[in-house]
Ligand binder design. Structure first.
Ligand SMILES: Cc1cc2nc3c(=O)[nH]c(=O)nc-3n(C[C@H](O)[C@H](O)[C@H](O)COP(=O)(O)OP(=O)(O)OC[C@H]3O[C@@H](n4cnc5c(N)ncnc54)[C@H](O)[C@@H]3O)c2cc1C
Length: 473
């Protein structure tokens, strides 16, 4: 008996792979998902213990795409879907050991004590700044357009919160394409925002930056779990892909007919070597996991994939008595600028965002340590991490007492860093796909790291692949 045959193989059981498989199956394509883990979710994992509900990876998502609504409706998750409490819009930034509310509009920007008067005047010069000539880092772009203080106290902590990254290393074009486009298309941020708002009004669209934060009653993993359940037997768990072979070139029968090309994927299924054959193979796994497998097709592409840096992060979840925290915990949480030289990146106040994250009288907090800013801190042992975390929370949030619940999750490779020169790498991956028709590279290292970006990109890939496959039937 030869290998199993299918139309499309999706490798990876994170949100990207699951969404691709879901939309392919919905369009009548035979799809098989090879999943390394024994459960779905990848970076989206929720844990319920001792009355606390927390996430080891993604805490929330922004409703930046209508595909979330489609999934929620298809999968009958309406009663599980929850928006964050309105207080969640309130975000704090630490400056000189004081938590300042991040201004949400021009009025509060004028009155905030987070920025000096000089910094506020510098921001107002933005419309008069010209375009850049070369690729810039986020730091270079923001300092040039908005001034150093705005970079230090608004963008630097934001980048630590989103990418666990450093503004000096990330490319503005690749990491924040919408911001970059405002300068490219309209010549500046203020001009771009005004024009963009006018254009959206004409198209009756909602601004992406007004997208709502959401999760699910039982946590973020609810979404991948529901997709996984709907996929059913199509997912092979404990199936780690180890290799790929291009059967068409091996048999020396190259053809322009997409139906004629065949790939053989090798995987370890519960420890046993297995094979599966398909016309299309979609890698929806991290770049560093894809690299050794892709090497058999292209050494150059494997090198590009393994050159993508993922910052290390430690996520510390703390269940605490509410009375032990003096701060009113009225927001999303706080972020810390590099300039403040602290040992944590920031803290999310999960129980403020969603009602059921902690038992009555308790609070749920999530602290992040390390990132590209201080990768060396991720080498500390659990005891040291807890001590650093508690010391910082005592000083910043006047936390006293001891946590009643603690969990530490270590991400040696958490989030891909879209560094300077990233576009060149992405172009090389696109070239690889062109010359290896039927092999696609997907995941959060292409087209955005957020859950929303992964879902949107997955939809587009599924659309393209399904129309290709259906056209050959
Ligand atoms: C700590 C942390 C916090 C985050 N917070 C947020 C947040 O609040 N909001 C937000 O929008 N985003 C957040 N993100 C980002 C977001 O969670 C991820 O970008 C997204 O979930 C990635 O999904 P993915 O499917 O592309 O990859 P992954 O989730 O990494 O899934 C890839 C899967 O591939 C599998 N795999 C790997 N190798 C193989 C192989 N050889 N064979 C078979 N399977 C394999 C793995 O087991 C894994 O399950 C966070 C990320 C981290 C790490």
């Amino acid at each position: 008996m030869g290998p199993i045959k299918t139309d499309v193989i999706v490798i990876g059981e994170g949100i990207t792979g699951l969404c691709i498989a879901y939309w392919l199956k919905k369009r009548g394509i035979n799809v098989t998902v090879l999943a390394k883990d024994s459960e779905v979710g990848g970076t989206m994992k929720s844990v319920q213990e001792q009355g606390f509900l927390y996430e080891t990876g993604a805490n929330t998502a922004l409703e930046t795409t209508s595909h979330f609504k489609e999934l929620v409706s298809d999968l009958k998750l309406e009663s599980e879907f929850i928006y964050a409490n309105p207080e969640g819009k309130n975000r704090y930034i630490l400056r000189d050991n004081v938590l300042h509310s991040m201004p949400l509009g021009p009025g509060s920007f004028f009155f905030t004590r987070l920025f000096s008067t000089a910094a506020k005047f510098r921001v107002m010069k933005e419309p008069f700044i010209g375009r850049a000539e070369n690729e810039e880092s986020i730091a270079e772009f923001v300092e040039r357009r908005l001034g150093r203080e705005f970079l230090d106290y608004a963008i630097d902590p934001f980048v630590a919160g989103v990418f666990a990254g450093k503004t000096e290393q990330l490319s503005v074009r690749s990491a924040f394409p919408k911001l970059y486009a405002l300068e490219e298309k309209y010549g500046g941020l203020v001009k771009g925002m005004i024009k963009g708002a006018q254009e959206r009004k004409q198209r009756a669209e909602k601004a992406k930056d007004r997208a709502e934060i959401f999760s699910f009653v039982s946590g973020m993993q609810t979404l991948p779990q529901a997709i996984g359940n709907s996929l059913g037997k199509v997912i092979f768990f404990n199936a780690k892909v180890t290799g790929i072979r291009n059967l068409t070139t091996e048999r020396n029968e190259p053809s322009d007919d997409p139906d004629a090309r065949r790939y053989l994927v090798e995987y370890l299924y519960n420890g046993k070597e297995e094979e599966i054959e398909a016309n299309v193979v979609i890698f929806a796994i991290p770049a560093y996991d894809a690299a050794p497998i892709i090497k058999s097709l292209s050494v150059e592409t494997a090198n590009v994939l393994s050159s993508i840096y993922y910052s290390p992060v430690i996520s510390v979840f703390l269940g605490v008595k509410r009375e032990d925290v003096r701060h009113k915990l009225d927001g999303f949480g706080f972020l810390i600028p590099s300039k403040e030289k602290r040992n944590i990146l920031g803290c999310l106040w999960n129980s403020c965002l969603f009602g059921n994250r902690a038992p009555a009288g308790m609070a749920a907090l999530n602290v992040f340590v390390g990132g590209a800013r201080q990768p060396e801190l991720t080498g500390l042992n659990d005891g040291q991490i807890i001590q650093e975390t508690l010391d910082e929370l005592k000083s910043i949030m006047q936390f006293s007492g001891k946590p009643v619940y603690l969990n530490i999750t270590r991400w040696q490779k958490s989030i891909p860093q879209y560094e300077i020169g990233y576009q060149r790498k992405m172009d090389m991956l696109a070239k690889f796909e062109e010359s290896n028709q039927g092999v696609l590279l997907a995941g959060n290292y292409r087209g955005g790291i957020s859950v929303g970006d992964c879902v949107k990109n997955a939809f587009e890939i599924a659309e393209d692949v399904s129309s290709q496959v259906l056209s050959t039937r």
